[in-house]
Write a protein that binds this ligand. Structure first.
Ligand code: BG6
Length: 515
């Protein structure tokens, strides 16, 4: 006779799941389970998947962290996290069922004994929860532990299986993946000693955003745009990722990173590669990664003195954001009062390819800018003949804007005649707003990415060569900035960055499009 305690742990929330969408039974092991990322993103995302009936019936989560605690303490801490950071509210019924799948295993990332304890927990869950031995590891840990954790998992016999044959093993690596080109290569080399590439899921959460995935839909589900999508019609491409927040409580990480590493190497180059890539030959992960990597390979490398003309760095001083006074970066908690870390970066790059040769690519990101807004714009070339200038003054160029966040949507700005007796021309907007068109729950980036990794779909993760090419694109700029002096702070919080950022684009006779 089986007692209630011995009965397999089945997740009743999975009832009615569409079979093709259900991941196979598995355990998700989160290293760094008591950290910020777990609280803010991972547990809320897993809970949301549970609430949406997207988890398999045989499912478990094992949180690994240094601090000693009981399963129940872990569960109540995670319940609080989901309540505070989840976007859907917390239902007791859903939580009670989901909480049964949460387990805790105390462990030091560099201690081999901890991995043996983890192995015992996983073996036991295989029987009790019916997880079939499939394991998805999530390294929500400081990047310097990545390779050591992989080596310890290997030594403890915890990396058995492949990426797809059961029981399978996959690992999600949080960003940043490396600190520069050399360290990224070294990390790839070390983890490839124990893992095949198809077991490695390097996360870039921007790829999990609906609006970033929609870049591919806008491009490849609409025949009308493709003929325009090239140097023949596009004058320039801009990507701005503006944040109103400052460094918050992440100084210990950010002091070793800066805006160029933190945002450009990963998010902005990933978004750009989707904007600029050739149509993939199929919807397979390989076909898509192949095209993205070609874009990165074709981007010009800026080196030495060229950097001074094509890249601008900034650091915020005290100022005002959202009507409130805010501290400068050097006054933030945990930041050195002499810090030379960039909180703003603006670049002008080019892609030496048949499609994009000669089209300037302007990328810009910063903290403590006037508002949070990420968008991609393609500005089209002017018509060859300006018929209307004498009635209206200069007519503005057409612009396609893809708003990644907030006010998610796509806008095509065209020129139109102003009604009346004259012939005045004015820009008008053809607008698609997600909120006005689609209703229902929009999955948060981590929900999408966790589910994809559970299903073994690596399309929205980055491959070895993509990560290394991304570092290579910015390496010359990192090197130059490391060796040249800088006068920081050089922009007040709440402004659009240092004046040199405007000069960078104005010397080309263009303007930033401020969202
Ligand atoms: C992270 C960066 O990857 O992305 C942060 O480390 C940044 O510094 C964040 O604030 C921005 O993400 P989002 O989704 O808020 O645009």
């Amino acid at each position: 006779m089986t007692t209630a305690l011995e009965a397999p742990l089945v997740n009743p929330l999975a009832a009615g799941l569409p079979s093709e969408a259900v991941p196979q039974p598995l355990t998700v092991v989160i290293f760094g389970a008591t950290g910020d990322l777990s609280h803010r993103k991972l547990l809320p995302a897993l809970y949301s998947l549970a609430a949406g009936h997207m988890l398999p019936p045989h499912f478990a989560v094992v949180g690994v962290a240094r601090r000693e605690q009981e399963h129940e303490d872990f569960r109540s801490d995670m319940r609080q996290a989901v309540g505070s950071f989840g976007d859907q509210g917390l239902s007791d019924a859903v939580w009670d069922s989901f909480a049964q799948s949460l387990h805790f295993c105390q462990g030091q990332f560099q201690d081999p004994h901890s991995y043996r304890a983890l192995k015992r927990e996983l073996d036991s869950l295989k029987e009790r929860a019916g997880t079939c031995g499939n394991v998805l590891y999530y390294l929500a840990t400081p990047p310097q532990f990545d390779a050591d954790i992989v080596e310890n998992l290997h030594a403890a016999g915890l990396l058995t299986g492949s990426a797809s044959e059961t029981p399978w093993t996959r690992i999600i690596f949080e960003k940043p993946f490396g600190h520069d080109l050399d360290s990224a290569r070294e990390l790839n080399r070390r983890i490839h000693e124990h893992l095949r590439e198809d077991q490695i899921y390097r996360i870039d959460h921007y790829l999990g955003k609906e609006t970033v995935q929609n870049i591919m839909a806008v491009r490849f589900a609409n025949g009308i745009l493709e003929p325009l999508w090239s140097r023949n019609y596009v004058d320039n491409i801009q990507i701005t990722a503006a944040e109103a927040i400052g460094v918050e409580n992440r100084a210990s990480y950010y002091e070793g990173a800066g805006a160029l590493r933190d945002m450009v190497q990963s998010h902005l180059l990933q978004v750009f590669s989707l904007v600029a890539m050739e149509p993939p030959v199929s919807w397979s992960p390989k076909a898509i990664h192949d095209e993205k990597v070609k874009v990165l390979q074709a981007m010009t490398r800026v080196r030495g003195g060229e950097v001074d003309h094509q890249a601008v760095r900034g650091q915020y001083g005290p100022g005002w954001v959202g009507g409130k006074p805010v501290a400068g970066y050097r006054q933030e908690q945990g930041v050195s009062p002499e810090s030379n870390v960039d909180t703003f970066a603006a670049l002008k790059l080019c892609v030496d390819s048949w499609r994009w040769a000669g089209v300037p690519i302007y990328l810009r990101t910063g903290k403590r800018l006037p508002r949070r807004a990420t968008e991609v714009t393609l500005t089209f070339k002017s018509p060859p003949q300006m018929l209307f200038n004498r009635f209206s003054g200069p007519v503005q160029d057409d612009v396609l804007t893809m708003r990644i966040q907030p006010d998610e949507g796509v806008t095509l700005t065209l020129n139109s005649k102003v009604p009346g007796q004259g012939f005045q021309i004015q820009p008008v907007h053809l607008d698609f707003l997600y909120g006005a068109t689609f209703s229902g729950h929009v999955p948060e980036a981590y929900e999408r990415l966790l589910l994809d990794a559970m299903r073994g779909d690596s399309t929205l993760f980055t491959r070895t060569d993509e990560v290394e090419e991304g570092w290579d694109v910015i390496q010359g700029i990192l090197d130059r900035w490391a060796e040249t002096p800088v006068d920081f702070p050089n922009y007040p919080a709440g402004s659009w960055g240092p004046p040199a950022s405007d000069e960078l684009i104005q010397t080309d006779g263009r303007q930033w499009r401020n969202p």
